[in-house]
Design a protein around this ligand. Structure first.
Ligand SMILES: [Zn+2]
Ligand SMILES: [Zn+2]
Length: 325
């Protein structure tokens, strides 16, 4: 299913799988998560990559062929491909453990063809072995919702009282890790979204309310998964002095101006950009220990447009995953 330009639905196309080049693996895709970033690409909120591309960066697949020089994976092995598809390895960011910020970075399902397909090519150095505890569909959301959520949680520091705005794929995974770490959880959903609030409470939140409401006590940190800039000042008002507001999405609508007073008191606003391979290794080791259980709604490959539409409308509970036949 390929993306041919902003505002156009993905179109079904037939292509032959390419042979893997040096360092690459060819995968038979088993499942691919549908992420909000895919929506930002399809809706033109991220710059047009300049060529048609197959979206999808939460790829679970089995190696069918390895290119020259691939040693860490073998034919038949199940592996995962995340958003970070390639980095230069030489710039200041790469040299200081911040490859997520590499200026030359290339991303799966954006610069490179991704997993809304039966086959995918990937640079094996950026792929991960996957924990055996998860089925193909259950493993897919770990690869972005899980990884980026985990990076956002680390950015929230030692926060004991943690707020989460937007209770979708990322939030439902982070909530489980946060509870495992003994944090108290406060969930904020779209006004009137009773289902999301119930879901959050079932995952151990001690309070769930509308995103416009104030929590019953001040928070130490808040993570924003919803791409809504107006939530930044709302979250700043909800955190105590010294608190952190973590913006976890790749795109957000403009943030309205707000009085300095709500930032004062050493409150901080930070963003999370992409992931490092280290985030992946750490999180995929942690997930089965929690254990994180992912709630997925599956769609056939040909239903990719429907899955995206449902995500856009906020009508997915947990994570949407394409399951290949
Ligand atoms: Zn670099
Ligand atoms: Zn993603």
């Amino acid at each position: 299913m390929q993306f041919t330009g902003p505002g156009r639905p993905l179109e079904l196309a037939a292509r032959s799988p390419a042979s893997p080049g040096p360092g690459q693996v060819l995968l038979r895709v088993a499942a691919c998560g549908v992420c909000r970033t895919d929506l930002h690409v399809v809706d033109g909120e991220l710059p047009w990559p300049g060529h048609p591309v197959v979206p999808g960066h939460e790829i679970v697949g089995r190696v069918v062929e390895t290119g020259p020089g691939v040693e860490q994976f073998r034919s038949g092995e199940r592996i995962g491909v995340p958003w970070l598809g390639w980095t230069c390895g030489r710039c200041d960011y790469c040299a200081t453990g911040r490859e997520n910020l590499c200026d030359q970075a290339k991303f799966t399902g954006y610069h490179f063809d991704g997993g809304y397909a039966d086959y995918a090519l990937a640079d094996s150095r950026y792929c991960f072995a996957l924990p055996v505890e998860y089925s193909d569909a259950e493993a897919a959301p770990l690869l972005c919702a899980g990884l980026i959520g985990y990076r956002a949680l680390v950015m929230a520091g030692e926060a004991r009282r943690l707020g989460i705005y937007g209770f979708g794929a990322g939030a439902h995974i982070v909530a489980q890790v946060a509870r495992f770490q003994g944090r108290q959880l406060f969930a904020f959903a779209r006004p009137g979204d009773i289902e999301a609030r119930k879901f959050a409470l079932a995952l151990g939140a001690s309070w769930a309310g509308d995103s416009t409401a104030m929590p019953p006590e001040p928070l130490d940190a808040a993570i924003l998964f919803a791409p809504v800039g107006a939530l930044v000042p709302a979250a700043l008002r909800a955190v105590a002095k010294g608190g952190t507001v973590v913006c976890a999405g790749i795109h957000m609508s403009d943030i309205p101006s707000f009085p300095y007073e709500i930032l004062w008191g050493e409150r901080r606003i930070v963003s999370v950009a992409n992931l490092t391979r280290r985030d992946g290794t750490e999180f995929l080791k942690l997930a089965p220990r929690v254990p994180v259980r992912t709630k997925v709604e599956t769609f056939a490959l040909e239903q990719a447009n429907e899955a995206l539409a449902r995500l856009r409308e906020g009508r997915i509970s947990g994570a949407a995953v394409l399951l290949m036949g």
